[in-house]
Design a protein around this ligand. Structure first.
Ligand code: ZN
Length: 202
């Protein structure tokens, strides 16, 4: 990714609370939002993590100028909107956790959301909290059986946090299906499973 498309030039002028060089040097993934919640900055570590985790498609799909709310699962939009409004109104940083695992590696992150002075947006720093082989999580790896997971809508439903896939029997059973993570079917929709909703998003 070239230097020019990692950030909007006006972002630097809004950045009264941080040194731009600090964000650039930060080893954790950093991105920033405009007051209207558009993505206005990605630091080099963010782009490096995306590139090493097959996330370049994410950067292509949600580049500088795209809305954060389009990049998060629909069910999480009200949550983010509400929390970011509180961060802005109280001018108080907000810290919360989320998962972003690959088929072989479990990862949990702490996301710190900092309001910029004068309501000029937000800086979000994503620090790695836990990284461990997925097998240590004790999750049974299920085979990609379309007859078990393809919903009547013609879509697979994957939890955007833990990346488990929901069964199509109407139950709340979500299975770890590594193949659907490594080679995500094009007809996949994202949702949030109940444990993730309870633990991470309330
Ligand atoms: Zn989940």
């Amino acid at each position: 990714m070239t230097h020019e498309v990692r950030f909007q030039p006006e972002f630097r002028a809004r950045l009264l609370d941080f040194e731009f060089a600090t964000l650039e040097r930060e080893q954790h993934s950093v991105f920033a939002l405009s007051p209207a919640l558009a993505l206005v900055y990605f630091n080099p570590a963010y782009c490096g993590f995306a590139a090493s985790n097959h996330g370049e498609a994410v950067l292509t799909k949600f580049p500088v100028g795209a809305s954060l709310l389009d990049a998060v699962s629909g069910e999480l939009r009200p949550f983010y909107e509400q929390r970011l409004a509180t961060v802005r109104a109280t001018h108080t940083a907000w810290h919360h956790d989320y998962e972003c695992s690959s088929p072989d590696t479990f990862r949990a992150f702490r996301q710190s959301v900092y309001p910029l002075a004068n309501g000029l947006g937000f800086v979000l720093i994503n620090s790695l909290k836990v990284e461990a082989p997925m097998q240590t999580r004790g999750l049974e790896a299920h085979a990609p059986l379309d007859e078990r997971y393809l919903q009547q809508t013609g879509l697979f439903t994957q939890c955007s946090n833990c990346r488990r896939t929901r069964r199509n029997d109407g139950s709340e059973q979500w299975d770890w299906v590594p193949r659907y993570v490594s080679e995500r079917p094009g007809n996949t929709s994202h949702s949030i499973c109940l444990p993730c909703r309870d633990y991470y998003w309330r």
